[in-house]
Design a protein around this ligand. Structure first.
Ligand SMILES: Cc1cc2nc3c(=O)[nH]c(=O)nc-3n(C[C@H](O)[C@H](O)[C@H](O)COP(=O)(O)OP(=O)(O)OC[C@H]3O[C@@H](n4cnc5c(N)ncnc54)[C@H](O)[C@@H]3O)c2cc1C
Length: 479
């Protein structure tokens, strides 16, 4: 059999996991496979960008992952990175909300939660009725799509809990608006708790009985983790696999299906790269760029998918890392960070206190805070100049954390199209894209457009598509 070529577009964690998995599967199947990754930027990682700056380690994109996906753990082991994994300090169990100009800890113990003042008496009473609220019937009237995260939270827990607890959490994870995001697509575990147990509280109790060490939590299990040198370590390690080639500075501008000379054959694809005279041929292609990039590329080969991916909103998010010396660290309570509900006179969505999360990422005794701004709730943020953005982040952080000094370090990173928002049409989008892609042999989609926005999930989709592509090439009729 002649050698085959698989081209992967995008060297983020999903594209590189795909490349690595395809090369490994091909070796197992004794398939002669060339694996080529095309990346428009000059380095591996995509959103996973870990910046070392004399004594500070700043995550410009993802800061942590949860180690709760067996396939992701396998990916780490295959990349030789299991040893480099570090887990967040126990201080990170403390989480805060900023309300009425104060940092308020969110207690995990039900009694302490009840007396914390985060919810008023009526809000608490309504939340306590949750086990008696019936399941949503599948035929319930709704907006023609999925139920929103806010709608679900208000229905089960009451409007106060939806506004004060769930909406800020969605800001922190998605930089998104809980009223516009789909529950089954954005928080599938909560949807499953209701489905399986009829109630979130009953579901949490049942899960605690099964695994008492977890405590009472509706959130995903697993340890919050990173790597010693930051999140970019994984894509970098995958890119170093000698069985794959990564070409940087290569922007794929168009993708076309090659017409097969006869019906027995599958054809293949032509890829047009900016600045190259001749197109590249591939027997199979994995598109692992962002939703908008995938939408552009799929226009000629899968137009329905292109249209549905183009609908996905990806708002501007800015990350401003600030470092403080002196007594700043002792002024901030140990914890993961703070989430900010809207209406608190700050534009910052939330801050992560990296000095507590992974000690050693700031200069000795210093405080490193990462503020996130923008998202779908603040579309005007993209129009601010760097100076305005910096002033805004400094003002919010100083006020929220009660700091009295100026930072000694600052790093700003803007992502004009940061995190995909899974809106109320997302379930129908997944169906439409999957149905169309199943009719285009040799074409695969990886990344965070459809199946989950987390770093680990993106890696897992990549790994799955890589295996599928290599398996398909091992069995498909020759081009
Ligand atoms: C600010 C921020 C904070 C986040 N925080 C967390 C977190 O704490 N935990 C977590 O789990 N997740 C977090 N995420 C989400 C997570 O980072 C992403 O979901 C994940 O990294 C996506 O990986 P990917 O490989 O699918 O896509 P990307 O990392 O976006 O990579 C896509 C790659 O494709 C390339 N590309 C696109 N089009 C082309 C083309 N035409 N030709 C060539 N190359 C192309 C791009 O240059 C890019 O390198 C965060 C994201 C952001 C932006």
């Amino acid at each position: 059999m002649r050698s085959r070529r698989l081209i992967i577009i995008g060297a983020g964690v999903s594209g590189l996991a795909a490349a690595h998995a395809a090369a490994r599967t091909a070796a197992e199947r004794e398939l002669n496979l060339e694996v080529l990754v095309l990346e428009k930027e000059s380095q591996a990682g995509g959103k996973a960008l870990s910046l070392r700056r004399s004594g500070w380690l700043v995550e410009a994109g993802p800061g942590t992952f949860l180690d709760n996906e067996p396939e992701f753990q396998e990916l780490l082991a295959e990349a030789g990175l299991s040893e480099q994994r570090i887990t967040a300090d126990v201080a990170s169990k403390h989480r805060f909300l900023y309300r009425d100009r104060q940092l308020c800890e969110i207690p995990s113990h039900p009694l302490r939660f009840a007396t914390s003042g985060l919810l008023g008496p009526l809000g608490l009473l309504r939340m306590g009725m949750e086990p008696f609220i019936p399941r949503r019937s599948s035929g319930a009237p709704h907006s023609g799509g999925d139920e929103s995260v806010w709608g679900f939270a208000a229905r089960r827990l009451g409007r106060q809990a939806a506004d004060r607890l769930i909406a800020p959490m969605i800001l922190g994870v998605y930089a998104g608006d809980a009223r516009r995001l789909s529950l089954p697509a954005s928080l599938p575990r909560l949807a499953a708790l209701e489905e399986e147990h009829g109630s979130l509280i009953k579901g949490m109790i049942a899960k605690r009985r099964a695994a008492p060490e977890r405590g009472l939590s509706a959130g995903p299990s697993g340890e919050m983790s990173s790597f010693r040198d930051g999140m970019q370590s994984l894509p970098k390690a995958l890119a170093a696999d000698p069985r794959i080639t990564v070409r940087y500075g290569a922007t794929v501008e168009a993708l076309w299906k090659e017409q097969a000379p006869d019906l027995e054959k599958t054809g293949g694809f032509r890829l047009f790269i900016a600045g190259d005279h001749d197109p590249l041929f591939a027997d199979a292609v994995i598109v692992a760029g962002e939703a908008w990039a995938a939408a552009d590329l799929l226009q000629g080969v899968a137009p329905i998918s292109a249209g549905r991916l183009a609908e996905i909103e990806m708002p501007h998010v800015a990350v401003v890392a600030l470092g403080y010396d002196g007594d700043a660290l002792s002024r901030v309570p140990p914890g993961f960070g703070v989430l900010v509900p809207r209406g608190q006179d700050t534009r910052t969505l939330g801050c992560v206190w990296d000095s507590y999360l992974f000690p050693g990422r700031s200069r000795d005794g210093c405080l490193l805070v990462r503020a996130m701004l923008g998202g779908s709730v603040d579309p005007d943020l993209g129009g601010l100049s760097d100076d305005e953005l910096s002033a805004l982040a400094r003002r919010d952080v100083t006020e929220m954390l009660g700091l009295e000094r100026e930072p000694v370090f600052e790093e700003r990173v803007r992502w004009p199209r940061a995190i995909p928002q899974y809106d109320l049409q997302h379930s129908s989008r997944i169906e439409a894209v999957s149905a169309e892609l199943a009719t285009v042999p040799g074409l695969f989609l990886a990344g965070n457009s459809l199946e989950g926005v987390s770093f680990a999930r993106s890696g897992v989709t990549g790994r799955r598509r890589g295996i599928e592509a290599a398996e398909w090439l091992a069995t498909a009729p020759g081009a």
